[in-house]
Design a binder for this molecule. Structure first.
Ligand code: SAM
Ligand code: SF4
Length: 417
C-alpha cells in the first residue's frame, strides 16, 4: 500500500526525498505574511470514547477540561502576541473530541483569539448529538459560533449499534435547531459500513436535511490500524457503487458539492476546516501549515499543559517542505474541494501550474478525471471516486502511521513518510 503513495510522492515531487518530520520546533511562527490563514482549535474531550475513532481524545472531566482550556489560552497568547498588529484570518473551527463540552468557556477562548486575530468568515464548532440542547446551542451562539457540525453518523439504529453509539432522535434535533438556528448546520454521516445500502444512506441524507441540516459530510468508514473497532471497511467495488449513487442522488436533488464528501442544500452553507492555504492550529494534535513548514502538536494532554506552563510551544514534529513537496501538499488539499485554479496556484507559488504539472493535468483530462475551463480544473464524478480511492491510501499510509505513533509517544524522535 505504501509503495503506491511512495511512488506517487517521488513522481510528483520529482525527488526520492521523503516527507521528513523531525522532533524540533520554532518558538516563533512566521504567520504574519501568510494570506488566507485559517485557525483551528482542538478540544480533546468526549463523554464516551468510540472504538473506531482515530482522533486525539480523552475521557471528559470538568477539572481536566478547565486546566486544558487555561493552557490553550496560554498557547493562543504565545503565538498571537508574535504579530505586530491584529491579523486578519478567514475562519475559526473548533474540532475534537467534542468541543461543545467546553461550551461554557467558548466565549473566553474566542475573546482571547479576538485580541490577536480578526475573523472574517465565521466560527464553526463540532457537537455530539447529546450536546444538541437549547442551553448549549444558545451558549455557543452567544459566544459567536455561526456554524455547527453534529456527529450523527446514522439515523439507523442498526448502524449506531454497529458503531457502539446510541440512537439519535431526529425530532429532538429538529426542535432544538428550530429554536436556536445557525447559518450552517452540518451533520456527519458515515457510509461504507457493512451491509449498508444506498436506501439506508438515502434515508439518512433525507432525514438530515428534513431535520435542521443544510449541509452534510458523508464520510467513508476508515478502519484505522490503531483503533480497536471490529467493523471492517467495505470492499472497493461496493463502495464505489455507493459513492456514485450518493453523488448522483445529491446532484438530482440540486445539492451543491463543496468537497469530495460534503453537500449542501443551501448555497451559503459551508463547513470546512481543511481547505485553507495556511492554518494555525491550537491545542493537542492540532496541525499548523505555513508557507514552507507543517507542524503538529503533541497528542498528550499532560505533556501539552506542561509545555505551555514552561512558556514553550507544544509542537511535537515539524516538516520543512521542499518547494515541490509544498506544491503537492497544496494540490492535494485544494483538489479536496473538487476544483483547482491555475491563477490561485500561480499567485501562491509564483510559477504557472501548467509549467510544473502540465503533463499530469493533460493526462487527468484525457482519462476523464477533470475538465478544464479557462485554467480552472474541475473534478468529474470519476475523478472524485479515484481521488477518494487514493485518499484512502494516503490516510492509511500517512495519517494512520503518524497518528498511531503520536498516540503512543508525546514527542517522538521523528518520522519519514
Ligand atoms: C470529532 S467527531 C464529531 C463530533 C463528536 N465527537 C461526535 O462524534 O459526535 C468527527 C467525525 O469524524 C468521523 N469519524 C470518526 N471516526 C471515523 C472513521 N473511522 N472513519 C470515518 N469517519 C470517522 C465521524 O463522522 C465523526 O462525526
Ligand atoms: S467519534 Fe466523536 S465522540 Fe466518538 S471518540 Fe471520536 S471524537 Fe469522541
Amino acid at each position: 500500500m505504501s509503495i503506491m503513495t511512495d511512488l506517487t510522492r517521488m513522481w510528483l515531487t520529482r525527488s526520492v526525498r521523503p516527507f521528513l518530520f523531525q522532533k524540533e520546533y520554532d518558538q516563533l511562527l512566521p504567520f504574519e505574511a501568510c494570506e488566507e490563514l485559517g485557525l483551528y482549535v482542538h478540544i480533546p474531550f468526549c463523554k464516551s470514547i468510540c472504538n473506531f475513532c482515530p482522533y486525539c481524545k480523552v475521557p471528559y472531566s470538568e477539572e481536566l477540561c478547565d486546566h486544558y482550556v487555561d493552557a490553550l489560552l496560554g498557547e493562543i497568547r504565545l503565538t498571537g502576541s508574535q504579530a505586530k498588529k491584529q491579523k486578519r484570518v478567514t475562519s475559526l473551527y473548533f474540532g475534537g473530541g467534542t468541543p461543545a463540552l467546553a461550551a461554557d468557556r467558548m466565549k473566553e477562548i474566542i475573546g482571547t483569539i479576538g485580541e490577536y486575530f480578526e475573523i472574517t468568515e465565521g466560527i464553526g464548532a463540532e457537537l455530539h448529538p447529546d450536546n444538541v440542547t437549547v442551553p448549549v446551542l444558545q451558549t455557543l451562539r452567544d459566544a459567536g459560533v455561526t456554524r455547527i457540525s453534529i456527529g450523527v453518523q446514522s439515523f439507523g439504529k442498526k448502524f449506531q449499534k454497529l458503531l457502539g453509539r446510541k440512537p439519535v432522535d431526529a425530532a429532538v434535533l429538529k426542535e432544538v435547531l428550530r429554536e436556536v438556528p445557525f447559518e450552517t448546520v452540518s451533520m456527519d454521516l458515515i457510509f461504507a459500513l457493512p451491509g449498508q445500502t444506498f436506501e439506508d444512506l438515502k434515508e439518512d441524507m433525507d432525514t438530515a436535511f428534513a431535520n435542521g441540516a443544510n449541509h452534510m459530510a458523508v464520510y467513508p468508514f476508515i478502519d484505522f490500524t490503531f483503533t480497536s473497532s471490529p467493523v471492517s471497511a467495505m470492499p472497493r467495488k461496493e463502495k464505489r457503487r455507493l459513492l456514485d449513487a450518493v453523488t448522483a442522488y445529491c446532484e438530482k436533488q440540486g445539492y451543491t458539492r463543496s468537497s469530495i464528501w460534503t453537500f449542501s442544500s443551501e448555497k451559503h452553507a459551508g463547513y470546512s476546516s481543511m481547505t485553507r492555504d495556511h492554518f494555525l492550529g491550537f491545542g493537542c494534535s492540532a496541525a499548523t501549515l505555513l508557507k514552507d513548514q507543517f507542524k503538529i502538536n503533541t497528542f498528550s494532554v499532560p505533556a501539552y499543559i506542561e509545555r505551555i506552563e514552561q512558556k514553550c510551544l507544544p509542537t511535537s514534529l515539524t516538516l520543512r517542505f521542499t518547494r515541490r513537496q509544498r506544491m503537492v501538499y497544496y494540490l492535494f488539499w485544494t483538489a479536496y474541494s473538487t476544483k483547482v485554479s491555475s491563477r490561485d496556484f500561480e499567485r501562491f507559488f509564483g510559477v504557472p501550474l501548467g509549467k510544473m504539472y502540465g503533463l499530469e493535468l493533460a493526462a487527468a483530462k484525457l482519462l476523464g478525471f477533470v475538465t478544464e475551463q479557462d485554467g480552472d480544473y474541475r473534478m468529474t464524478p470519476k475523478g472524485a471516486f479515484y481521488y477518494h480511492y487514493y485518499e484512502n491510501f494516503y490516510t492509511l499510509s500517512y495519517i494512520d502511521r503518524m497518528w498511531g505513533l503520536m498516540q503512543k509517544e508525546a514527542f517522538p524522535e521523528g518520522m519519514k513518510l
